[in-house]
Write a protein that binds this ligand. Structure first.
Ligand code: NAI
Ligand code: MG
Length: 406
């Protein structure tokens, strides 16, 4: 088979620190690929007036596989102020991530929230009998990535036709006299096809990896139309997977139950905003931003990225102190996606080994403030964490080789 080409888009800030670490790990587990650099992010916006330039879109269209670090984004005023003077007023800032998702219809967002035993950041729970217990969290969230409240159809001071159309709905009477400039509206759009695709992706994943249930997390008792359609499609798809029970929870109740019995959930599927919320909530139980990986998966193109942003306050630190694990886990998800499961499992085993041993920990894992002092307080640098993972890769490989020979 010819070598894969992966488009690497480190972006801004710590994206540039963590992405190269992931490539070191990919090399160590024997993944042979060509890497081509794709520009994305704030600096590109400031210099060119487009945070996701056409040349990067072309690379993704051609190679279909991307690894993305993180970008910086700022409010409209700052976007307009920081762009090169000669470009000022000619361009408007759009989020390159949202643009990428829409351009390639990366409609399935996959966010595993799987705790590594021994991670000091894992959620613990008080036992009624005294003492504490650490419930094993192994939840994979499927978030619809292109529609819902993030579809971008919104107005402040909506045009007359929009107001007229809304006036045809009896519930709009309550707002009929609100002045335009005092009225903001976001439209929640759910299509049957996309709802079916995310629900099917969730069930197929549960089936493939042996998850015990799928939960549709919406609010159909109130959002009768949009959450109603999500739930209807989940029920319809569930019929094709008779061995996997479908549970239904409301987003509000789900966040309350989150800490009560997180170990009982398997795959969770939700529309865009609710999926965003619930995946962050579950990620908080397994270590937070240093551990939260994600994939944006379309029918053709897929891009993998840590959930965290560019963390500008740590971007200039040398050595870098941020945790590379979220980025490395994102690279492992990329390997899963292309069927290189032996290599991705090897990466996860190595991370599990380092976390369980507990000798090498980045500042976030020590619960100390980040900053230049973290290293002198015993925190591992970004590179030291990766080195520990690479060393563990060798140990796991040696162990498995010995077991095979036996
Ligand atoms: P952030 O995720 O960059 O940082 C939040 C907090 O988590 C900070 O205290 C940071 O130091 C810490 N943190 C982040 N990644 C870490 C890691 N790998 N290891 C250890 N600690 C880590 O979010 P923030 O500060 O709200 O936003 C900074 C910039 O990033 C903004 O411009 C924002 O728009 C952008 N952003 C981009 C995202 C993306 O590219 N997908 C996602 C979130 C924010
Ligand atoms: Mg989020």
């Amino acid at each position: 088979m010819s070598k894969r080409t992966v488009v690497t888009m480190p972006g801004d800030g710590i994206g540039n620190q963590v992405l190269p670490e992931a490539i070191r790990v990919l090399n160590a587990v024997g993944f042979e690929a060509n890497y081509v650099h794709g520009d994305i992010g704030w600096e590109i916006w400031c210099n060119e007036g487009n945070a996701l330039p056409e040349r990067t879109i072309k690379l993704l269209a051609e190679h279909k596989l991307g690894l993305f670090g993180a970008i910086t984004s700022k409010p409209k005023k700052e976007a307009d102020a920081e762009i090169k003077p000669e470009l000022r007023g000619k361009f408007s800032y759009f989020s390159p991530i949202v643009t990428m998702r829409q351009k390639f219809n990366l409609d399935v967002c996959l966010r595993p929230c799987i705790g590594f035993p021994g991670n000091p950041l894992n959620f613990i729970r008080k036992k009624p009998s005294g003492g504490f217990e650490e419930p094993p969290v192994n939840v994979v969230v499927f978030r619809q990535n292109t529609e819902g409240l993030y579809a971008g159809v919104e107005w402040t001071n909506p045009p007359a036709q929009v107001r007229d159309a809304l006036a045809t709905h009896s519930k709009f009477k309550a707002f009929a006299n609100v002045k335009g400039e005092d009225l903001a509206i976001s439209v929640r759009i759910i299509t049957r096809a996309a709802a079916e695709r995310i629900c099917r992706a969730a069930f197929e994943y549960a089936n493939k990896f042996g998850y015990k249930n799928v939960t549709i997390c919406e609010k159909p008792n109130v959002l009768r139309e949009t959450s109603g359609l999500m739930e209807e499609m989940a029920k319809q798809v569930a019929r094709d997977f008779p061995g996997i029970p479908l549970w239904s929870t409301n987003i509000d109740a789900q966040t309350m139950w989150l800490t009560k019995n997180p170990e009982e959930y398997g795959v969770i599927v939700a529309s865009n905003l609710f999926g965003d919320v619930i995946s962050d909530a579950f990620a908080g139980l397994i270590g937070g931003l240093g551990f939260a990986a994600s994939g944006n998966i379309g029918a053709e193109v897929a891009v993998f990225e840590p959930t965290h942003g560019s963390a500008p306050k740590y971007a200039e630190l040398n050595p870098s102190i941020v945790n590379p694990i979220a980025m490395i886990l994102s690279a492992a998800m990329m390997l899963d996606h292309i069927g290189e499961n032996d290599k991705s499992n090897l990466i996860r085993k190595a991370i599990a080994g380092v976390v369980a041993e507990g000798k090498v920990r980045t500042y976030d894992m020590m619960r100390i403030p980040g900053g230049a002092k973290a290293i002198s307080q015993g925190a591992a640098s970004t590179t030291q964490m990766t080195d520990a993972i690479l060393y563990e890769v060798e140990k796991v490989q040696a162990r498995e080789l010995a077991a095979a020979v036996r």
